[in-house]
Design a protein around this ligand. Structure first.
Ligand code: SF4
Ligand code: FES
Length: 249
């Protein structure tokens, strides 16, 4: 396949940035999208040009690092991560546009790389449990109903990729925050800090300049891990309950 790529190039956070067009010949349909970018970068390096900066780590859909907007869609035409998107999803002769996540809370560092530190700070605000150290408890010491364990596990599959923010017209990080709140809120170990957790995490979300949730649902539609929209309902119920109990933090 011969592909024309329009890629966002931006030297650094203060650079204005612009789209640059490149030709990428001999692309195999079996290549992942990132491998196709590797081919482009090898070509650029051989020509003495600066390679395109993009984020990646595991390349197997579990670390969440590789997010880019492809042809206007977070992670491109399939509901998966960019590293798990393959060139067979495109046609020979296609022109493909690649941009970084666009959100105030995710400033561009360089080219396609954004700073997703805002997500880390939301986790730091409350995405943990306080447990005394010591010998690990027996796995069966604290029974958890199957439905609760399944819902906690499903929420825990959020990889913090940020596609939900990139797809949301409000650039809201609420699906991510809700996944973290739901994960711990469904487990017995998460109960002592449940109310404080939701208040702190939502406050941090708002401080990070994410937009508010207005129930549009684009986040869940693009989420590569299928985090359901009703986790946001659970977050809202937890938040209202915590505020009604008189807590402010
Ligand atoms: S909720 Fe989904 S889209 Fe959002 S960060 Fe988690 S895995 Fe990515
Ligand atoms: S590189 Fe880890 S999810 Fe894509």
């Amino acid at each position: 396949m011969n592909i024309t790529l329009r890629v966002w190039r931006q030297k650094g956070p203060d650079d204005k940035g612009r789209m640059v067009t490149y030709q990428v010949p001999d692309v195999s349909p079996d290549m992942s999208f990132l491998e196709m970018l590797d081919v482009l970068n090898e070509k650029l390096q051989l020509e003495g040009e600066e390679p395109v900066a993009f984020d990646h780590d595991c390349r197997e859909g579990i670390c969440g690092a590789c997010g880019v907007v492809i042809d206007g869609e977070a992670h491109g035409p399939e509901t998966t991560t960019t590293c798990q998107l393959h060139m067979r999803s495109f046609k020979d002769g296609d022109t493909i546009t690649v941009e970084p996540w666009r959100a105030k809370a995710f400033p561009v560092i360089k080219d396609l790389v954004v700073d997703r530190g805002a997500f880390d700070r939301i986790i730091q605000a409350g995405g943990y449990i306080s447990a005394p150290t010591g010998t690990a408890p027996d796995a069966h010491a604290m029974p958890v109903p199957k439905a609760d364990a399944d819902r906690a596990f499903d929420a825990a599959t959020c990889i913090g990729c940020g596609a939900c923010v990139a797809a949301c017209p409000n650039a809201s990080g609420m699906l991510f925050t809700a996944a973290k709140v739901t994960h711990l809120g469904m487990l017995p170990q998460g109960q002592p800090e449940r109310q404080a957790r939701v208040i702190k995490m939502v406050n941090q979300h708002d401080e990070e300049d994410f937009g508010g949730c207005t129930n549009i649902g684009e986040c869940a539609a693009v989420c590569p891990k299928g985090i359901p929209l009703d986790t946001i309902s659970q977050l809202n119920r937890d938040l209202l309950g915590a505020l009604a109990s008189g807590r402010t933090e």
